[in-house]
Design a protein around this ligand. Sequence first.
Ligand code: SF4
Length: 393
Amino acid sequence: MRKVRVRTHGVEYRTVARVISLENLSAQWRPELRFLVRAADAEGITKVAQLRSAGLTNLISLTSSLHVADQWQAEPVVETGGILMDEDVVAFADHMNHAHVLYRYTDQHHTVFLTNRCNSYCLMCSQPPTKQDDSWLVNEAVEVANHIASSPHTLGFSGGEPLLLGEHLRLVLDTFAHQHPSTRYDVLSNGRLLANPIYAEHMLKGLSERVTWMVPLYGHADFLHDFVVQSPGAFEETLAGLLNLRRFGQAVQLRIVLIRPVLENLAALCEFIGRNLPFVREVALMACEPIGFALANPELTDIDLREWSAELSHGIRTLKRAKIPAILMNAPLCALPQILWPYAHKSISDWKRTFAEDCATCRVKTECAGLFSWHHPGKFSMKIQKIEGIINV
Ligand code: SF4
């Protein structure tokens, strides 16, 4: 989630608003929404103030000029970096010196964060869970659904574990499906709570057909999956959850994060999926994000995918035999043998993606997923090696 430096005054806790120009305001204004209205100069701020006095109390002026802001008594929101764009949905508050961009239409990837709580404790978790009550995120997600002006092609929901929200998750999914019926939705969930058939029915019955569940599976047996997610019984629960997803006709993408113990057993896992879970729509093989708990367990998580080409190729072939498509995510092309490039996806979110210095002159940069912005060259095993010469991708 992008953080943008702002100055605010008189704004209540985590106000969610849509950025808009004065010109577009009349076409988009609705009483139940809040708008951050661009006011380039004192005249613009005066105009917004007049509109507020006339009853449009859901307007807050936004200026990029400290000079203009300092002249004004009822201080507007100030953002001098010029980063906020029209139609951005942002959250801000007086106690914050920044705004969070919760949605930007022009981004390739869109994610709504629903909770930081989780019932697993994965060895390589990029976002270590916390126990605090963060149920306010549900209301914020609903606000985001309402404030988005242009529906995205695809939008993901992540956590933590979204299923911990129970009926509130269903409320969020139904609100988005209602407001943005053309959008496809991905729910990143460990699926464990769906093992309960009553819960599964409440969550899944009548759910929009545009939802895909993205469920991690790290082993062909409990000793491996339960070890990776640090939760005894998780393997059985995940499988039961997957079967309930099937029962309610839900689309499933299985997600396999490529850490050492998983790669050592990848052949058995792909075989297991092909034999027992043939209904899954796709399997995503994902390079590990070098952040969070992954940094605490480098002996398990810090790997160079080049050394595992044979295992990756074998796993993909096994899935192919079972007629289950496989994709590779988060992996720079130079970390993969060329034969696997057709499976590689540009999956790293816009705000998290970076490239190394060497990438500037790499022949395949435009097709490459790039690197997580927290990847430091030389610090991790994954080495970057620019591709030169003629390439037939
Ligand atoms: S050198 Fe950079 S752009 Fe080229 S394949 Fe590697 S990571 Fe991608």
